[in-house]
Structure formats: structure tokens, C-alpha cells
Design a protein around this ligand. Structure first.
Ligand code: SF4
Length: 297
């Protein structure tokens, strides 16, 4: 675990797999910040703005003086890819100069922010060790995406994922279990599977939708939303996994929000994971599920 000496604008979020990365806050907040299920950057101090170059360089220098052996860097906050190609290139050059053991740089990525970057530019960033982009697809269903104000469609997300793959970077896709509510769960599951089938990402994760501050924002545009119960969430993940046709994707359902922890490689572990879900549906008392207090929301 790297404990940086730099001052972050809190709160700062990162994927679970970036626990050992140096978190470099090259932007504050999220450039979109309209998704009605997302409370990550709603605090007043999290209004979106890029971090000034001199601040980014100062944060890199101070971390390099304490932890010169940094191998992994995560560019925060919600969408560092909102920065222009030139700024990203400069930041990656600084990271490579200051961390001789640097292996990979990663970031969250909104599909729309790849539209203004060419394949050649992404390849150039990849040569500077930008390697993994986390894409919060949330759903592959356009009605659900519209209801939650995601500002993306299945096709726009697939296009971004294809661009990432063509440029030689890896992608990690997140799908939100429960986002279709009790009414649209089937189409949410099946169209989310269609999205990942088309994109064949390197990594795939499911998280459970949750509203620590209440669902009033979501219901403004999605009044028919009802949060599925635990059994319904399992049925949805089951339908999603059944519909996937993935060749070699690492699947994780181990975020703190998940009741049932699943890990494996899709497709080879698909049947094993479906058996685990079936067992959780039939014997929730014996399936070793996370209790509410363990979900860390
Ligand atoms: S794009 Fe991501 S970080 Fe931004 S509001 Fe939507 S879910 Fe939240």
C-alpha cells in the first residue's frame, strides 16, 4: 500500500484492483457527473476541473522522493481521459521520468472522451505505459442508460471499447447489477451481456447498485425504479452470465457491494459460477453470502 504525502481533494475513488497503485489526481471530480445513481462526486469541492500542470508535477516529484519504486499509477478522478492527448502525454512522460520501475498506468474512462483521440494517439499513450482503462458501462440496455442519465448508449460504449482494443490497451468493464430495477432487469441483463460479447473486454466486474444517500435523484428520471431484492439480484446475474459468450475475460464480482463473491475466467469458469449462483438462490443461508453490515457501502 502506497501512502502518499500529497494533498488530495477528497473523496478519492479507485477500483479495488488499484489498491497498491500511486493515485495521481490529474483531474478533480467527473467531467459528466450527471448519472443519477452515482454519488461519488456530488460534494461541492468535487466540481470538475483538471489539475494544473505544476501541481501534477509537484505531486509526482514528492511521491518519487518517498517511493521511487512505484510500479503502478492510477490517474484519478472520475475520468482522466477527459484531458487532451497532449496533457496526458506530458503527464505520462513525467511519470516515466520519475519512476524507473513503472509498469503500467490506468484510469477510469468515459466512452465519449475517447472520441477526440485517434487510434494513433492512444497507441502513443500506450507506449508511455497507459495500459488499462476502466469503463463504467453500467448497462448495455439503452432504455436503462437513458433512465439513469448515463449519456452513453450500448453502441457508443462498444465503439470506445473497440478503439481501446485496437490501440493495444486493455479494458475493464463494470456492469451495475440491479440498475434496471425490478421492471427492466431482464433486458438490462441480456443487453449488458450483448455489450460485453461484442467488446470481449480483458476484465469484467459486476457491482450492486446502492444508494447510501437515498434514491430520490434516480427516481426523478426513473420513477418506476424499484430496487431488486437479493434473490432478484442473483437471478439477474445468472441471466447475465448465461447470456455471455466470452472467450477469455477475467470476471470479478468481489466489490464490497456484492452479496455473493464470484471470481473466474469467462468462458471456461462459466458453468462453475452459474452453479455457485444457483446454490445461492436455493440455499442463501448456506452460500456464505455477505451480510448487509459486511457490504461496506
Ligand atoms: S460518468 Fe462515472 S463518475 Fe461520472 S457521474 Fe457517471 S458513474 Fe459517476
Amino acid at each position: 500500500m502506497i501512502i502518499p504525502t500529497i494533498d488530495y481533494i477528497e473523496p478519492v475513488f479507485r477500483p479495488p484492483s488499484e489498491a497498491n497503485s500511486f493515485i495521481l489526481q490529474v483531474t478533480n471530480g467527473c467531467s459528466w457527473n450527471k448519472c443519477t445513481f452515482c454519488e461519488m462526486y456530488t460534494a461541492p469541492q468535487k466540481k470538475f476541473r483538471p489539475t494544473k500542470d505544476d501541481q501534477v508535477l509537484a505531486d509526482i516529484r514528492s511521491t518519487a522522493s518517498n517511493w521511487p519504486g512505484v510500479r503502478k499509477v492510477f490517474l484519478a478522478d472520475g475520468d482522466a481521459m477527459a484531458l487532451s492527448y497532449r496533457r496526458l502525454e506530458q503527464i505520462l512522460i513525467w511519470l516515466n521520468e520519475h519512476f524507473p520501475n513503472l509498469q503500467r498506468v490506468s484510469s477510469y474512462c468515459l466512452p465519449r472522451n475517447l472520441k477526440n483521440k485517434s487510434i494513433e494517439e492512444l497507441q502513443s499513450l500506450n507506449r508511455l505505459k497507459l495500459d488499462l482503462l476502466y469503463v463504467g458501462a453500467e448497462s448495455g440496455d439503452d432504455l436503462v442508460l437513458d433512465r439513469v442519465q448515463k449519456g452513453e448508449t450500448r453502441e457508443s460504449t462498444i465503439a470506445a471499447l473497440e478503439k481501446i482494443k485496437t490501440a493495444g490497451l486493455r479494458s475493464s468493464v463494470m456492469i451495475l447489477n440491479g440498475l434496471g430495477g425490478t421492471r427492466y432487469w431482464r433486458q438490462h441483463a441480456m443487453n449488458s451481456a450483448a455489450l460485453v460479447n461484442a467488446a470481449q473486454p480483458d476484465f469484467l466486474a459486476t457491482l450492486v447498485v446502492s444508494f447510501p444517500m437515498g434514491d430520490q435523484r434516480l427516481k426523478q428520471h426513473f420513477p418506476e425504479f424499484q430496487l431488486p431484492d437479493q434473490q432478484q439480484l442473483f437471478e439477474e446475474v445468472k441471466l447475465f452470465l448465461e447470456t455471455t459468450e466470452l472467450q477469455d475475460t477475467v470476471f470479478r464480482s468481489d466489490h464490497a457491494s456484492n452479496y455473493l463473491i464470484l471470481k473466474g475466467r469467462l468462458g471456461k469458469d462459466k458453468e462453475t459460477m452459474l452453479e455457485q449462483i444457483n446454490f445461492a438462490i436455493q440455499r442463501p443461508d448456506a452460500a456464505g453470502l455477505r451480510q448487509e453490515w459486511q457490504r461496506g457501502l
